[in-house]
Design a protein around this ligand. Structure first.
Ligand code: NAP
Ligand code: MG
Length: 492
């Protein structure tokens, strides 16, 4: 399979109110194949008026009786149909994702396509399971009157969903599937680097039978289209996944407008190896934790804490994996790591590695951008044996860059792991349950993994402590994020 698998022409129009649309002023921007640097498409650069049209389409669809007042089973059926269509067009969607995002084709198939179908089906099931409760009140006035009280969950309204470029299709589905299950309508803005699968998803949703305006996609830049969407007075809720920096901007705007906001933000997740671990498993696990998806994972295990006595063995083993990793196109079966998403991101990652070296870090493996065409950076391991306050330890790189630090006792490792602005994920590698439980108790993170890393499931809540965000996605928790509680009090 290769880019020729794209049996459909690439969709390059926005999807608003059940129809394809260009931008009002005809302006477009280029999207690229990161494995070659070649331009692959031009997509609309949405204006404020385009955003307005999409939001009003979503508002009309929300106010109509044809979506939120449908029987929940009808919404469930449409989401299941969309999951089927995503699978039926899986080869095409996977190839499109690898072409535009650069990830290995196997991961495009398994995670972007397979994961999207799985999330759509899980969330479809929630449509028929949204519940309130009855409440016994203590009101005793007037004396002859009784009260019957209950709560119900109602859709929050029109949702603006803004997503990043690391898992373009899956992130879009993480937003739209629960929002639609709850009866909300959505305007989605994909990242400017990776808009193509979201445009195809909207078309498939239309084919599945979602009414016009229920799910709209606008393509554009964050600072223009994204910001216009967030501040739009007809948006009731913003759900955002992206950097902490942009999350703060969006959070401030939502606070001032009193819009609901869910923020899934950056991370600097620690990997804590204990001295009783299975070393092969820890080495391979720590390498996978940072190099999976070329480090472009919000929970990437980017800080490694290793017992001083095992430092050379563990860090050396990971460096060996880094050095032997085959870089190349995600379409090539021999490739083990693809490109970063853009030239700008490659330069940022290479710059942070250089800064780490200049500040006293030791480059144990990799250490620079690759010479080949496309946007490649070598998988990199930076040794920080002296525990220097390197910028690359504090700040998110979002690339294949691991910093390794020794520790003397586990409490010291936990304290170092927690000495971060972030708190998204963490993993501990050990063969002793009681030691794992002590690390789980001590680490400040939205998810703690034991002898694994980066594993997510639609049933397991996901989100960040501290600067890694506000709110949780997936599981039962997500229903609260897309509904409001309406309390009902009846006197009789
Ligand atoms: P980003 O720069 O924050 O952009 C994310 C999205 O926000 C993009 O669609 C972007 O549009 C848009 N945007 C930018 N400025 C905006 C503004 N002022 N108003 C409204 N929207 C705006 O993040 P990224 O570089 O795409 O993605 C990497 C980041 O995402 C990392 O920090 C990573 O940790 C985080 N992430 C977090 C999770 C999680 O679940 N916690 C998951 C994945 C990624 P443009 O593309 O047009 O700029
Ligand atoms: Mg951006």
């Amino acid at each position: 399979m290769n880019r020729q698998t794209l049996t459909h022409p690439i969709r390059t129009q926005m999807f608003i109110d059940g129809r394809c649309a260009g931008s009002g002023d005809g302006r477009t921007f280029a999207v690229f194949d990161p494995a070659t640097g070649d331009e692959i498409a031009q997509v609309p650069d949405a204006t404020d008026a385009d955003v307005d049209a999409a939001v009003f389409a979503a508002r009309r669809a929300f106010e109509a009786d044809t979506w939120r007042r449908l029987p929940p089973a009808a919404r469930e059926r449409l989401l299941l149909k969309l999951a089927d269509l995503v699978e039926q067009h899986g080869d095409e969607l996977a190839a499109l994702e690898t072409l535009n995002q650069g990830k290995l084709l196997g991961f495009s198939k398994m995670l972007e396509v397979g994961g999207s179908a799985q999330w759509l089906r899980y969330m479809a099931g929630w449509a028929t399971k949204i519940e309130g409760s009855t409440v016994d009140l203590s009101l005793a006035f007037p004396p002859s009157v009784r009260y019957n009280a209950s709560t119900r969950r109602v859709p929050v309204g029109v949702v603006a969903a803004i997503v990043p470029w690391n898992f373009p299709l899956l992130m879009a589905v993480w937003k739209i599937a629960p929002a639609l299950a709850c009866g909300c309508t959505v305007v989605l803005k994909p990242a400017e680097e990776t808009p193509l699968t979201a445009l195809r998803l909207a078309e498939l949703a239309h084919e599945a039978g979602f009414p016009p305006g229920v799910f709209n996609v606008v393509t554009g830049r964050g600072e223009t289209a994204g910001a216009a969407l967030v501040r739009h007075p007809q948006i009731d809720k913003v759900t955002f996944t992206g950097s902490t920096e942009v999350g703060r901007i969006i959070g401030r705007q939502c606070a001032s407008d009193l819009k609901r906001a869910s923020l899934e933000l950056g991370g600097k997740s620690p990997v804590i190896v204990l001295d009783d671990c299975d070393p092969r498993r820890a080495i391979e696990g720590a390498a996978g934790a940072i190099f999976f998806n070329h480090g472009q994972v919000c929970t990437a295990g980017s800080r490694l804490y290793v017992p001083r006595s095992r430092y050379d063995e563990i860090v050396g083993g990971i460096a060996q994996i880094a050095r032997s990793t085959v870089l190349g196109s995600g379409f090539d079966a021999a490739t083990q790591m693809g490109p970063l998403v853009s030239a700008r991101h490659r330069d940022k990652v290479a710059g942070m590695i250089a800064q780490g070296r200049d500040e006293g870090g030791e480059i144990v493996a990799g250490g620079r951008a690759s010479d080949r065409p496309g946007f490649f950076v070598e998988p990199t391991v930076i040794g920080n044996f002296d525990n220097r306050p390197l910028t690359v330890v504090a700040e998110e790189v979002f690339g294949p860059v691991l910093v390794a630090m020794p520790y003397d006792d586990v409490d010291e490792a936990i304290a170092a792991a927690n000495a971060s602005a972030y708190g998204l994920g963490a993993s501990v590698w050990t063969s002793q349950l009681d030691r794992a439980l002590r690390v789980i108790d001590g680490v400040e993170a939205g998810t703690v993994w034991v002898n694994t890393h980066n594993m997510v499931d639609p049933a397991l809540p996901f989100g960040g402590f501290k600067a890694s965000g506000i709110g949780r996605e997936h599981g039962r928790a997500i229903i609260d994020a897309y509904t409001e509680t309406k309390s009902v009090c009846i006197a009789y």
